[in-house]
Write a protein that binds this ligand. Structure first.
Ligand code: GAR
Length: 220
């Protein structure tokens, strides 16, 4: 949990691509919907659109190219160094497509959030929209969760449920899910920065109440 502080909460956002979730959080900070500031955006890939978006918001941004490091461990040690330069209260994974080492996850335990495009624990990993369509699911969605050492694991905070339509393609489903991503991620970040969200012994708490396995659910 974040302690009450006079200064705005310091957020470091990690991206690998488009950065639209980072932008949604930056807009919420800009509109003063929350007392927080993105102090840095770090991408593991050079030249991605998310870096340009960060520039448009005057957010300091940098690249730490994972291909420059021999091992995952070496990359993560350098990533920790780069993040800690900014003394963050919260680290936000926003389309950061890297498997993280346990050392990394342990370092930011309880202040590391991720967004994943499925109703976790369903469909961890890649191609979530395709898998939901192939399974004939009537509902799909997106989850914001605290990060644990398991891939796309850790207690859920909030989910948005999106109906699957008969004529949905991967693209149409993905774009409807992404609209919800841009709503729920700023909400979760705001709750965290207000000190209302905590992770304790592997469970997520909101206003000191344990959250259900799904997290809080928004239905659309
Ligand atoms: C988002 O759809 C997010 O849910 C997904 O990557 C996309 C990034 O978009 N994340 C994962 O799949 C994590 N396992 P963005 O770069 O425009 O925010």
């Amino acid at each position: 949990m974040r302690e009450e502080k006079a200064e705005p909460a310091r957020i470091v956002v990690l991206i690998s691509g488009s950065g639209s979730n980072m932008q949604a959080i930056a807009e919420a900070c800009q509109k003063q919907n929350m007392d927080a500031e993105i102090v840095a955006v770090i991408s593991n890939r050079p030249g991605v659109p998310g870096l340009e978006r960060a520039q448009q918001f005057d957010i300091p941004n940098e690249v730490l190219d994972h291909t420059s490091f021999a091992t995952r461990e070496e990359f993560d040690i350098n990533l920790i160094r780069a993040i800690d330069e900014h003394s963050p209260d919260l680290v936000v994974l926003a389309g950061f497509m890297r498997i993280l080492t346990s050392e990394f996850v342990r370092r930011y335990k309880g202040r590391l959030l991720n967004i994943h495009p499925s109703l976790l624990p369903k469909y961890k990993g890649l191609h979530t929209h395709k898998r939901a369509l192939e399974a004939g699911d009537k509902e799909h969605g997106v989850t914001v969760h605290f990060v644990s050492e398991d891939l796309d694991g850790g207690p859920n905070i909030i989910q948005a449920v999106v109906p699957v339509l008969d004529d949905d393609s991967e693209t149409t489903l993905q774009s409807r899910v992404q609209i919800q991503e841009h709503i729920i991620y700023p909400i979760a970040v705001k709750w965290f920065t207000e000190g209302r969200l905590t992770m304790l012994k592997g469970d997520a708490y909101f206003d000191n109440q344990a959250l259900p396995e799904s997290g809080l659910q928004l239905n659309h």
